[in-house]
Design a protein around this ligand. Sequence first.
Ligand SMILES: [Zn+2]
Length: 193
Amino acid sequence: MAIDKNIKLPPKFREEYRKNIGSRISASIALFTIAGVLCAAIDFSETRYPVMGVAMIMIVGFVLSCLVAGLHRILFRKSWSGTITEIDADYHIRTKNKGFTKKLIVTLTIDCGEKTPRKFELLHENMDGENKYFTEAPYKVGDTVVFLRGMKYPMRYNIDTEDTLTLFVCPYCGDINKAERDTCYHCGKFLVK
Ligand SMILES: [Zn+2]
């Protein structure tokens, strides 16, 4: 299912999103152009399989586009919206020399109006010892969430005034923000709430 037509994202947010996707596509095109120039400049005709050299450079161009601009998230993911029906938060604790790292994996089950609910795993962040920011899942059962092509995480939408969650996930970078913030502490993007 696509995005529910009743969901209206603020113009400021949509504008920033469009710009973000546009700049990431431009960066990918630039990387592919460099790869193309390299393919033209390097003479592979003496090699046993000339086509392999070209293919390798283009693959490197694609991998770099994914790493630098998250091209895979734009190409292979679709936008959707739904309602969270279940949240499963799981801590994985590993001891290290001086202390321990804690990894929180949150699995959201989201009803998108399809036959089988969607599962979304997030927050693979490692955290050191007593990080107080990561003690709760930053979503609630019953939340409407919107995921946009190119983003990392779904975002909560239309949160009521009685909301008790103190944390908010930035859909672009995945950083956890205090709920009262309007822009992401890490990447500076406007947060829809
Ligand atoms: Zn961010």
